[in-house]
Design a protein around this ligand. Structure first.
Ligand SMILES: O=C1O[C@H](COP(=O)(O)O)[C@@H](O)[C@H](O)[C@H]1O
Length: 240
């Protein structure tokens, strides 16, 4: 793992840096594999990044978009991570519908939806059931409880190591989430974290010793690059 921490002055600088990083990874992925695969985060922090990506001139037909986690609500629900990304980015550009890989949320059974998304990912990557394919980039946020994707502290999803996708649990509400071993198979994982309320959790996530099941973001140790991009409100106390 190649871990890098950058503390940017503010959210505008954080968005600019994350945009540059993502754009820098596109040409090689497209040259080598004919496509660029990215999984999106939900929450509030990445929205201005998605708006910035929408303003770029990119080979949209070669870009495939997934979600690292999704709330178990219909895609037009105000809480939907997909709705936010569509409004901020995907509806503004000429990306083929087939390149938008939505998380199923209408099956009535979260475990069924998680299994369907897993199967979709395996078919897309031509991977076998025990294999963890690599996305080019996985974007992650972090909550003030140190959760990432929908891997919440002390929940069963944190123990799942033999699947790509599982069911997360946010205060009793199901969510669909990538598992941490699947996230760790990515070529690049980019955390975007902003706001002073994230400081205590970040201190534990960066501590030499702490409990991974209390601070789930500690489980993210990708085989490729790990980028922590923080604004100064979140990261000013961390050594860079
Ligand atoms: O619940 C969620 O929150 C985290 C962090 O969100 P933020 O609003 O603090 O940026 C996010 O990464 C995750 O995808 C989302 O479902």
């Amino acid at each position: 793992m190649n871990k890098k921490l950058e503390v940017l002055p503010d959210i505008t600088a954080l968005v600019g840096r994350s945009l540059d990083l993502i754009l820098s990874k596109l040409p090689t992925a497209i040259e080598q594999r004919g496509r660029f695969t990215i999984a999106l985060a939900g929450g509030s922090t990445p929205k201005p990044l998605y708006e910035a990506i929408a303003k770029q001139k990119l080979p949209w037909d070669k870009i495939h978009v997934f979600w690292g986690d999704e709330r178990y609500v219909p895609p037009d629900h105000p809480d939907s991570n997909e709705l936010m990304a569509r409004q901020a980015w995907l509806n503004q550009v000429n990306i083929p519908a087939a390149n938008i890989h939505s998380v199923p949320t209408l099956d009535g059974y979260p475990a069924v939806s998680a299994a369907k998304y897993e199967q979709h990912l395996q078919e897309f990557f031509h991977s076998s059931p025990q294999e963890f394919p690599s996305l080019d980039v996985i974007l992650l946020g972090m909550g003030d409880d140190a959760h990432t994707a929908s891997l919440f502290p002390h929940t069963p999803a944190l123990k799942v190591q033999d699947r790509l996708v599982t069911v997360g649990n946010k205060d009793g509400n199901p969510r669909i989430t990538f598992t941490y071993p699947f996230i760790n198979a990515a070529d690049s994982v980019i955390f975007l974290v902003a706001g002073a309320n994230k400081k205590p959790a970040l201190a534990e996530v960066f501590a030499p010793v702490a409990d991974d099941f209390t601070y789930p973001s500690r489980l993210i140790k990708p085989q490729g690059e790990l980028w922590w991009l923080l604004d100064s409100a979140a990261g000013s106390q961390l050594p860079t």
